[in-house]
Each structure stands twice: as structure tokens, then as C-alpha cells.
Design a protein around this ligand. Structure first.
Ligand code: 1HE
Length: 270
């Protein structure tokens, strides 16, 4: 089977297995800064490839970063305009967006998005498929689809609505409302507001990479799957996943450390 590093990426940059990053920590960088990292069809295919294979290729945590001043300007509107797509063609394209973002959300590897500047339209759809979003004071979130005569096609109706609720989602789409700063964090669009989003995302990724891979796999796929189920089925699935994860032999040393009092205790922040 070809390795991820065999693919010549054009719209993304991948750094992996660097001693500077830590074992299993990958950096995936959106790399079309001249186009504000707008997602063309090629970028979506590269995201599908990368996130489909990351777990099997040994990724233990991924920072999703961006080159330039903006995280992502969403759908490549110029490509879309020039392609003059039919409804069927755009439907198919949206399925590839879903494939890419589902591979991120359900792929089992923690993805930490280091946000900055515009996180708009499809850029917000991409960010909302990450497990953790880190923003700075210049980061802003919007869904300009309404203004452009468009509709979301990369999962915002599901993921952004999950994050902020239906009423705010519809308001963002109808009125072009922009959220930023602490308000965006309070609403759930990001979990952290920091000075240096890349440094913070990398620190979080390193911390996640210290967890056992099976535990991360369960967190970064199980929680999402269980949300899609009825409460009764989710409880059953949770017990089943816990049955596997909580008896993994790799966890025994960690449990032994707690039992012999050498393991770290959980304390409130100083
Ligand atoms: C683009 C795109 C793009 C920039 N597609 N080329 N998304 C939007 O409606 C957001 C559209 N973009 C913007 O509002 C602004 O570009 C930004 C706020 C993100 C950045 O502004 P700025 O002043 O730094 O850059 P700019 O001068 O507007 O653009 C610089 C270049 O990036 C320019 O290309 P150039 O070749 O003329 O230099 C722009 O054309 C290009 N560029 N954004 C294509 N989005 C699955 S459905 C999802 C539906 C959606 O995502 S709709 C929301 C689309």
C-alpha cells in the first residue's frame, strides 16, 4: 500500500516524524496563501488522501495549520465560477468534501486546528471537523454563503449547528454575522483564545500524542458516532468501546502507577 508521503501534495504541506515535533505529531498546512487557502477540488482530494491514511501511517495527533494570514476562505469561488458546474457535479463535489471532513472527524487521530484570520464558509466547515479549535484575537468566523447566493455544502448544517445551535447558525447564514474573540469561544466556535495559535495547537497535539492511540481512536471517532445514535444505542456502544479500551494491556502500566501512587494526581489550576 502506498504511504502518505508517496503522494505529491500541491495544496497542502505535510511535516511528519520530525524530532522537533515529537513522535507521531504531524503538521498539515493549508498551502495556498495567495488564494487565502480557498479549497479547490484538488485540495479536497488531498485532504481525503491525507486523513484517510493518517492513522494507519502512524499519526498520533495532527495540527491543522495554514500558511499566510488567513486560515481558509472556504470554497474556491473562482474555480466554481469558471467550472460552471451542473447540480449533479456540485452534489458529487460536496460528497468529496464530506468524505474529507468525515475522515478528519471520524478518523481516530486528534486534529487540532490552529486558526487565524478568516475562518469562513467552507473554511469554518473544515475547522469544525477538527476536534479542537484554537483561535487568536484576529481570528473571525462567518458563513458568507447567503450573501454569495450559495448554501453550505461541507457539513456546516451539521457541525456548525452542533457547535453554536440552530438559531445562531441560521442567523450567521442569513445576515452574514461575524463572530470573533471571546464571544466566539463562549459560543463554542473555538475552545481556546491565545496569542500564538500554532504554538498552542502544537502543545495540545503533543499532549494528545502522549495518550494511548487506542484511547485517542475511541475519543476521536466514538464520541461523534455516539452522537449520531439514540441515547439507548449510544450507551450500548459506549459500553462496548469502553470494554475494549479500558482493558487494553497498554493501559496496565498507567493504572499500576495510579495504584502505587506514582501516577500524577489531578489538581485544580494554581
Ligand atoms: C479566493 C477566495 C475564495 C480569496 N475562492 N479565491 N468564501 C467567501 O465568500 C470568502 C471570500 N474571500 C474573502 O472574503 C476575502 O478574500 C478574505 C477575507 C478571505 C481575504 O481578504 P483579502 O483582502 O486578504 O484577499 P483578497 O484580495 O480578497 O483575495 C486575495 C486572493 O485570494 C484573490 O486572488 P487573486 O488571484 O486575484 O490575487 C482572491 O480571488 C483569492 N481568494 N478567497 C477563490 N473563496 C462546499 S460549499 C462551501 C461554500 C462556501 O465556502 S461559500 C464562502 C466562500
Amino acid at each position: 500500500m502506498p504511504s502518505i508521503t508517496d503522494f505529491a501534495l500541491k495544496t497542502l504541506r505535510l511535516e511528519e516524524d520530525s524530532p522537533d515535533l515529537g513522535p507521531g505529531v504531524w503538521i498539515v498546512t493549508l498551502n495556498r496563501p495567495d488564494k487565502r487557502n480557498a479549497l479547490n477540488a484538488e485540495a479536497i482530494e488531498e485532504l481525503v488522501t491525507l486523513f484517510s491514511g493518517a492513522a494507519r501511517a502512524g499519526a498520533r495527533a495532527i495540527v491543522l495549520a495554514a500558511e499566510g494570514d488567513h486560515f481558509c476562505a472556504g470554497l474556491d469561488l473562482v474555480e466554481h465560477h469558471k467550472a460552471d458546474r451542473t447540480p449533479a457535479e456540485f452534489w458529487q463535489l460536496c460528497l468529496r468534501w464530506h468524505e474529507a471532513f468525515n475522515k478528519m472527524e471520524y478518523g481516530g487521530v486528534p486534529v487540532i486546528a490552529a486558526l487565524k484570520g478568516a475562518v469562513v464558509g467552507g473554511g469554518l466547515e473544515l475547522a469544525s471537523a477538527a476536534h479542537v479549535r484554537v483561535a487568536d484575537k484576529g481570528t473571525y468566523f462567518a458563513l458568507p454563503e447567503g450573501q454569495r447566493g450559495l448554501f453550505t455544502g461541507g457539513g456546516a448544517t451539521i457541525r456548525v449547528t452542533d457547535l453554536i445551535g440552530k438559531a445562531r447558525m441560521v442567523d450567521m447564514m442569513l445576515t452574514g454575522r461575524v463572530y470573533q474573540g471571546q464571544e466566539a469561544v463562549d459560543l463554542g466556535l473555538a475552545q481556546y483564545l491565545v496569542e500564538d495559535t500554532f504554538a498552542h495547537a502544537l502543545a495540545l497535539a503533543r499532549r494528545c500524542a502522549e495518550n494511548l492511540p487506542l484511547t485517542n481512536f475511541a475519543i476521536c471517532s466514538g464520541v461523534s458516532h455516539m452522537q449520531n445514535m439514540s441515547a439507548l444505542d449510544a450507551a450500548y456502544a459506549e459500553a462496548c468501546v469502553a470494554g475494549i479500551v479500558n482493558t487494553q494491556p497498554e493501559a496496565r502500566a498507567r493504572l499500576a502507577a495510579f495504584a502505587d501512587k506514582s501516577g500524577a494526581r489531578i489538581r485544580p489550576k494554581a
